[in-house]
Design a protein around this ligand. Structure first.
Ligand SMILES: Cc1ncc(COP(=O)(O)O)c(C=O)c1O
Length: 434
């Protein structure tokens, strides 16, 4: 039985036991001696599915609103049925709005944010070509590894977690490395920095380089204007501000990016991620008929369509200002209980994911486990270069409310009171302002 529970703005569907659902194992059909199967059905699968009810206030996924849950419960239809193709068209328009772009080459990948990361790099870079990656947290590190795997010449500019790059530093690296592609993370969810975007697109274009932006953790919660800011490839994920289940990843390519990727000498390393095929599957190639490439994530398309509809109804500007307001409210509360925000420069604090310096003497693992156990609240520790340095709180999309910020603050306050505080204080590093 599927029961919907509402708890202070977070509605979570929970599957609950009914007596009839609990079938005693003895009542299962008995297997005869003639059975050809030697591996028995796993007993765990003969029990009903159970999922807990939780506040997902970490860096993602976010709780899913009831309208999106309802979309997930719809019966599947064929992936090439006209109704599915119409939903895909709605999704394209919704992404164009969310990204602020007119690019016809706009689709949703069937897969998580990493699918879009690999799609962006695999299609626009050929083996031996130079790329430039800005690394100020884990996502730049990952992009560098992805580019390395297709034998690109990988150059990086690096800042410690919490840092960001000036346009002068970027230009200097463009001049030095002559890359075909520059990768930048807009919302660095591991360090809580939102990177300024203005002027970088023009810089890249003046050096004959494509500008690729990862906005998985920021899109919808902080302004990104793909066309105005000269972004050539932009992608996000479904599970953060869009508050859909994980598993679809909107991505868009400018005409400049299309010219590069459709005039390659070599085929992209991945068949699944080949934009030549995906463009046809998504009807972006100007041809009247679509060609089967893979079976799209149909339920994922239903939910993504509804998430994009919610964003369109609210309006991007309202969504940006709501995230800013809620984040500032959270920041004030965090500071007023004596905790320190990790990113000191207010102007580059990511409004979707807040990083808090692990308080001296406390163990971040104990704190995150405590708030989960006693408050049902997920917050997380750092990731990659920020591991051990920060606690991360994500209030994104459906979860971005002051009431939820209050829940986080109450949970943190309680954790400070009850978690073990070591007398031997190891100094917590706080990021510098770059
Ligand atoms: C900035 C950023 N990029 C990429 C990803 C990868 O997304 P996914 O986990 O959906 O593959 C994440 C996930 O947290 C992210 O925050």
């Amino acid at each position: 039985m599927l029961r919907t529970l509402s708890h202070g703005g977070v509605t979570v569907a929970q599957r609950v036991h009914t007596h009839s659902a609990l079938r005693p194992l003895a009542a299962l059909p008995c297997r005869t001696a003639m059975s050809s199967v030697s591996v028995p059905p796993p007993p765990c699968l003969l029990q009903p599915l159970e999922t807990p009810q939780r506040y997902l206030f970490g860096p993602g996924p976010s709780n899913v609103p009831p309208r999106v849950q309802a979309a997930a419960a719809r019966q599947v239809i064929g992936h090439m049925h006209p109704e599915t193709l119409e939903i895909m068209e709605d999704i394209k328009k919704g992404i164009q709005y969310a990204f602020q772009t007119q690019n016809p080459m706009t689709i949703a990948m069937s897969g998580p944010g990493h699918t879009a990361m690999e799609c962006a790099i695999f299609n626009t870079v050929e083996p031996g070509e130079s790329v430039l990656i800005a690394v100020n947290g884990i996502w730049g590190e990952r992009a560098a590894e992805i580019a390395e795997r297709i034998c690109a010449k990988v150059n990086t500019i690096v800042k410690p977690p919490g840092g960001y790059f000036t346009n002068e530093e970027i230009e200097q690296a463009l001049v030095e490395h002559k890359p075909v592609l520059f990768f930048l993370t807009h919302g660095e969810s591991s360090s809580g920095v939102v990177h300024p975007l203005d002027g970088i697109g023009e810089l890249c274009h003046s050096h004959n380089c494509l500008f690729l932006v990862d906005a998985v953790a920021s899109l919808g919660g902080s302004p990104v204007l793909m066309d105005k800011q000269g972004i050539d490839i932009l992608y996000t994920g479904s599970q953060k501000v869009l508050s859909s289940p994980p598993g679809t990843a909107p991505i868009s390519f400018s005409n400049r990016a299309c010219r590069k990727m459709f005039n390659r000498k070599t085929k992209p390393a991945s068949y699944f991620l080949d934009m030549g095929w995906l463009a046809s599957y998504w009807g972006c190639d100007g041809k009247p008929s679509r060609i089967y490439h893979h079976t799209g994530s149909i339920t994922g398309f239903f939910t993504l369509r509804e998430s994009l509809a919610i964003l369109a109804e609210m309006g991007l500007e309202k969504s940006w200002s709501r995230h800013k307001e809620v984040a500032e409210y959270l920041h004030e509360g965090v500071e007023s209980m004596g905790l320190k925000l990790f990113v000191q420069d207010k102007n580059v604090r990511l409004p979707t994911v807040t990083t808090i310096a692990v308080p001296p003497g406390y163990d971040w693992r104990e704190m995150t486990a405590y708030v989960m156990k006693h408050h049902n609240v997920e917050i997380s520790g750092g990731l990659g270069p920020s591991a051990g340095m920060v606690l991360r709180v994500g209030l994104m999309g459906y979860n971005s409310t002051k009431a939820n910020a209050d829940k986080v603050l109450a949970a943190l306050k309680d954790a400070l009171k009850h978690c073990h505080k070591s007398k031997k204080v190891t100094e917590t590093r706080i990021s510098c302002t770059f």
